[in-house]
Ligand binder design. Structure first.
Ligand SMILES: [Zn+2]
Length: 209
């Protein structure tokens, strides 16, 4: 079984690692955003409830996210495990999570702040399909256009330097107790996220065993 949680600051590349590793291991890569969007699209009772909160501009409550996650983890493709990306975000969510499913390993991606800043400042996002590019390491085939749908890429306001500084600081403050939570359970595996995606993936494989 591979019941894995990925933790890491914005810009660390964990989304890419999660989707490729998920494919490699044959387990679903689940991010909260995708989970909520697919529950809403499926018009399940839980999805409708989540949609109500989202439409009103409210955060979807923790217990509802957890119920949606629980339902998702019951599907056949998650029988051999799953890879949670960006969830849980705090010790309260982590302890609620372990009441519905045991976690085998928590990979925490580490990258020096200067590297993160540089990556985020060079990040461009497609507003249509949410694909993420980097001007240096992962440029689109046609400058300024999404490879998938040709939409003009945007530099999101929260990827600008001042905003990035704030996001990283908030992330570090909020995540410290969560790292502590998993460290205390002996589940935390820090992974150096420097280098190419292939190098990082090799480290992740070693970390999850
Ligand atoms: Zn696109």
């Amino acid at each position: 079984m591979h019941r894995i949680v990925f933790l890491g600051p914005p810009g660390v590349g964990k989304g890419t690692q999660a989707s490729e590793l998920g494919r490699e291991l044959g387990i679903p890569h689940l991010s909260t955003g995708d989970l909520l969007r697919s529950a809403v699209a499926a018009k399940s009772p839980l999805g409708r409830e989540a949609e109500g909160h989202m439409a009103a501009g409210r955060l979807v409550p923790d217990d509802l996210v957890l119920q949606i996650l629980k339902e998702r983890l019951g599907r056949p493709d998650a029988a051999r495990g799953f890879l949670l990306d960006g969830y849980p975000r705090n010790p309260a969510q982590a302890s609620a999570l372990e009441r519905i499913v045991p976690i085998d390993v928590v990979v925490s991606f580490d990258l020096p702040k200067e590297t993160l800043l540089a990556r985020l400042v060079e990040r461009r996002v497609c507003p249509t399909c949410q694909s993420v590019y980097n001007l240096t390491s992962q440029p689109p085939r046609v400058a300024g256009r999404c490879d998938r749908d040709g939409t003009e890429l945007v530099h999101r306001p929260d990827d600008r330097p001042e905003a990035v500084e704030t996001r990283l600081r908030v992330y570090a403050e909020q995540t410290a107790p969560l790292l502590e939570f998993y460290r205390n359970r002996g589940l935390l595996r820090p992974v150096d996220a420097r280098g190419s995606p292939e190098e990082v993936r090799a480290r992740v494989r070693r970390a999850i065993g």
